[in-house]
Design a protein around this ligand. Structure first.
Ligand code: C2O
Length: 576
């Protein structure tokens, strides 16, 4: 039982660096540059009664929160003292002209080898709200991640009353194992990797797990105040429902764009997504659970069905009398497969006012996203074919299972004109038109491996229909595009039908996001203008699916003049 009204130490260690950076920020003039060192190293971390040699940044799990204002620049020197290849991705940062700092391994850079280092440099341009950073190499991001908070420019204010306090809420997944071993084993066997053993809030599983309750995160609040929770799904493989007992949440932002405020009692976030919510302390002073658990949309697939909690604690909450426990109030969470609640939430998002959605389209793509199963060629050892019925799991976009290059990053190959690293024939439509969400014939289950990009002219107006498939199983896919925010015009179930579904497009105030939840057995339509030159990966943010190939990349050409061109590569860019 924890001491009453004491702020748990994990929260302090999370907030202290934030406060320090913030204090320096206030004393400086406009548009600042922040310098950070990220030392990536194995650190003993004890969770669920057991200590693991966890890969962390600066010994912190989760890693440090970065705090900046819109317009500021970040210079982060990453030193790899771990025994794995490493890159860091600044999830949701547009990286205008600075694709070299985007971070996905073998896409925009070769990995930082053990013992090596690389300095990421970028400027935040026109983004406000909550983003995050994470490793983008194999499964390192299971523990290598942190918040990236962007406040309005100095002198600007939030489009909502200034919250009394702000708290980042990083939802994560914990394996009682080395996550790198978990994915390695799955890649060897062809089977699905083990699911996590716990979810976490700011690195702590909470009261419902063994050896955890003494470290449960406390989020303080005072009667009458309104606070901002910056909720981030930094989990690896699981969409999550999130709620706070007895409190209504007012959604004001997502993926570092503001939204038209709406109220809800539950959020659903796919990995990669962020949601900013206001919470008012208008309930009797007490302790209330903040909780998250799975939204598991794939029928019959195993998932981690545990629940992580933190505690929203009113300053004046009655102290439990000695020997008595005043249990926090329990929230109710939707059922694991409650797609209706997930959909009601994702379709509530609007931009704050009328926006400029491209109406003429230069490039119209229809991209299927889903799983597959590869038959094992005769002679393959059974232990390498442990997917369903002796197969190996795979995944694809438009039947191409994405393969990372190994000698050069795609961006280097593009910039230096190195042939043979990728081809530019990613198809704008699937090879055959079938009932994608119905009974897809088995002949469609084995995608073709390839490193294919889709070329876009600078300034092209792009529409992509993301169509989920029911190959092996239908499920919700959080599709993330690097280097861009896109408008989500509509989503629906079944097969997208341009004749009837185009009328559902919101061309007035669609939400601007970097990660779209493509509904289970359904579709979503996104639009963006290709005004950022470089190579940008678009992938499912369930890490298990990336490894299987659920990705593709856009090659966006330079426009006219320096301001529309990719910068030169930095001198310390890691070589393969
Ligand atoms: Cu947060 Cu490539 O992703």
């Amino acid at each position: 039982m924890k001491a009453c009204n004491t702020i748990a130490s994990p929260l302090c260690s999370l907030l202290l660096p934030i406060l320090l950076v913030f204090a320096t920020a206030l004393s400086l003039a406009n548009a600042k540059t922040y310098y950070h060192d990220f030392v990536v190293q194995a650190t003993p971390v004890k969770r669920l009664c057991k200590t693991h040699n966890t890969i962390t940044v600066n010994g912190q799990y989760p890693g440090p929160s970065l705090e900046v204002n819109n317009g500021d620049s970040l210079v982060i020197n990453v030193v790899n003292r771990a025994r794995y290849n490493l890159t860091i991705h600044w999830h949701g940062i547009r990286q205008i002209r600075t694709a070299w700092s985007d971070g996905p391994e073998f896409i925009t850079q070769c990995p930082i080898r053990p013992g090596g280092s690389y300095t990421y440099r970028f400027t935040i341009q026109g983004q406000e709200g909550t983003l995050w950073w994470h490793a983008h190499s194999s499964w390192l991001r299971a523990t290598v991640y942190g918040a990236l908070i962007i406040r309005p420019k100095e002198g600007d204010s939030y489009p909502f009353p200034k919250p009394k306090r702000e708290t980042p809420i990083l939802l994560g997944e914990w394996w009682d194992a080395n996550p790198m071993d978990v994915i390695r084993q799955a890649m060897r066997t062809g089977a699905a990797p083990n699911v996590s053993d716990a979810y976490t809030i700011n690195g702590q599983p909470g009261d419902f797990y063994n050896c955890s309750s003494k470290d449960t995160v406390i989020v303080p609040i005072d009667s009458g105040e309104t606070n901002l929770l910056r909720v981030i799904n930094s989990g690896l493989n699981q969409q999550l429902f999130f709620t706070v007992a007895n409190h209504t949440l007012t959604v004001v932002g997502a993926d570092a764009s503001y939204v038209k405020p709406f109220t809800t009692s539950v959020l659903m976030l796919g990995p990669g997504q962020t949601t900013d919510v206001l919470i008012s302390a208008n309930q009797p002073p007490a302790r209330y659970y903040i909780a998250a658990r799975a939204y598991a949309s794939a029928q019959g697939a195993p998932f981690d069905n545990t629940t992580t909690t933190a505690i929203l604690e009113y300053k004046t909450a009655p102290c439990p009398a000695k020997g008595l426990s005043v249990n926090p109030v329990l929230p109710s969470l939707p059922a694991f497969n409650d797609t209706a609640t997930a959909t009601a939430f994702t379709t509530s998002f609007r931009s704050p006012s009328k926006v400029q959605v491209p109406t003429e389209i230069d490039e119209s793509l229809f991209i299927t996203v889903g799983l597959g199963l590869n038959n094992c060629p005769p002679g393959t050892r059974a232990r390498n074919c442990q997917g369903p019925n002796g197969t190996r799991f795979t995944a694809s976009m438009n039947n191409v299972s994405f393969v990372l290059p190994s000698n050069f990053s795609l961006l280097q190959a593009h910039h230096q004109g190195i042939p043979g690293v990728f081809t530019t024939d990613f198809p704008a439509a699937p090879p055959v038109k079938v009932d994608y969400t119905g009974n897809v014939s088995r002949s469609q289950w084995q995608p073709v491996p390839g490193t294919k990009v889709y070329k876009l002219k600078y300034g092209a107006r792009v529409q992509v229909v993301l169509q989920g498939t029911s190959i092996f199983t239908a499920e919700n896919h959080p599709i993330h595009l690097h280097g861009y925010d896109f408008y989500i015009l509509a989503e629906g179930f079944g097969n997208f039908n341009s004749k009837k579904d185009t009328s559902k497009f919101n061309l007035v105030d669609p939400p601007l996001r970097n990660t779209a939840s493509v509904p289970v057995g359904g579709w979503a339509v996104i639009r963006f203008v290709a005004d950022n030159p470089g190579i940008w990966i678009m992938h499912c943010h369930l890490d298990v699916h990336i490894g299987w190939g659920l990705a593709m990349a856009f090659l966006v050409e330079n426009g006219v003049g320096e301001l529309e061109a990719l910068q030169a590569p930095p001198a310390d860019l890691p070589q393969c």
